[in-house]
Design a protein around this ligand. Sequence first.
Ligand SMILES: Nc1ncnc2c1ncn2[C@@H]1O[C@H](COP(=O)(O)OP(=O)(O)O)[C@@H](O)[C@H]1O
Ligand code: SF4
Ligand SMILES: [Mg+2]
Length: 344
Amino acid sequence: MVLEHEHLLEVRALHTTFYTEKGRVKAVEDVSFYVDRGEMVGLVGESGCGKSVTCESIMQLHNRRITEIKGEIFFESQDLLKLKKQQMRNIRGRSISMIFQDPMSSLNPVYTIGDQIVEAIKTHRKIEKNEAMRQAVELLSMTEISSPEEVAKKYPHQLSGGMRQRVLIAIALACQPRLLIADEPTTALDVTIQSQILDLLVQFKKTLDMGIILITHDLGVVAEVCSRVIVMYAGEIVEEGTVESIFTKPLHPYTRGLLLAMPQIQGDRNCKLKVIKGVVPSLFNLPRGCRFAPRCDYSTQICAEKHPELTALDSGQMVRCWHYQKLLKEARINDSICDASARG
Ligand SMILES: Nc1ncnc2c1ncn2[C@@H]1O[C@H](COP(=O)(O)OP(=O)(O)O)[C@@H](O)[C@H]1O
Ligand code: SF4
Ligand SMILES: [Mg+2]
C-alpha cells in the first residue's frame, strides 16, 4: 500500500500495559502522533507521565511477558508491532537509535570508547576492525569531541558527563539511523554543555535528514530546538501543536501550568512564577473524569465526571479539555493586550 503522505514514524492508538505484582498498570493510553524526516518533535510532561514508556514501546524494549503493547507503530510504512523479534532487532540500532539521560549506564565500563563504537558499527555491518575503528574516530569527531583519537582509547569513567553523552550520540549515529529517540539527553548536564549537545542534535537532524523525538520535562529545551510539541499527562496526550502555537496559545491548563513554571515566560509576560500544585496521579488510582482535575484551577463538575476526548482544532492544535474554549478566549485577550501595548 502506498500512502499519500508517508510519515517517517506514525504511532496510532498506542496502549502499553504492564502486568505487575501490584496489579495492572496502564502506562500509556491511546497515544497517536507522527514524526517526519528532518523534524525534531518534543515529548514533554512531568516525571511519570509515560514519555519513556511511549518511546520504549516503539523500540520494544520491555519484557514482553509482562507487557502488552497494542496499536500500530508504522516506521517507513512497516508496522513494527507486527515484526518478528529478529526483524525488530535489525531495526533497533540500525534504523532507529535511542540515547538516554544517564550515559554511564548505557556504556560498558570495561571496554574502551573506541571498542564500544566499533561494536555498534559491526553489529549491523560486515567491515574490517581497522576500518570500523577509523569510522569510530570519525564519528567521535562529528560530535565535536576534542582529540577523538585519544578519547577512543579511554574508558567511560575517564570522561566527563558531557563527553560521555557525545560518545552515546556517536554510538547512536554509528549506523546512520533515520529516527533518533533522545530520552532526557541533557537533563544531567550543566546549561552550557546542554546547549552544545542540543546544537549537535539540530545539526544531525539537518545534515542526516533524521527524525528526532526529544523527550524532556523542560519546555525551555523544546522551545530551543523543536518544531512541534506533544504534551503528556498521566499516560495520555493532553495537547499537541507547533512550538509557536503551544507557547503563544496553550489551550490545556496543564500546558499552561508548565509554561508558567518557566522562568523565561515569567520575565516576558510579567506573570508570577508558579509551580503546578499537587502531583501526577498514581496509575493505580486514576480520577474517573479528567486526569488533571485534582490539580486544575478550571475544573468544574463535568471534569470530575467525564473523561475528555482529544479534540482537533481547525488550526491543527489538539487538546484534551472540556474548557479549552475558555483558555482560547483568554489567549485572545492576552494577545490583544500585548498588541495594544506593542502599539504603545
Ligand atoms: N517496566 C515497568 N513496569 C511497571 N510500571 C512501569 C514500568 N516502566 C514504567 N512504569 C510506570 O509507567 C509510568 C510512566 O513511566 P515513564 O514512561 O518512565 O514516565 P516518564 O518517562 O514520563 O517520566 C510510571 O508510573 C512508571 O512507574
Ligand atoms: S477538563 Fe477540566 S479539569 Fe481537565 S484540564 Fe480541562 S478544565 Fe481542567
Ligand atoms: Mg522518562
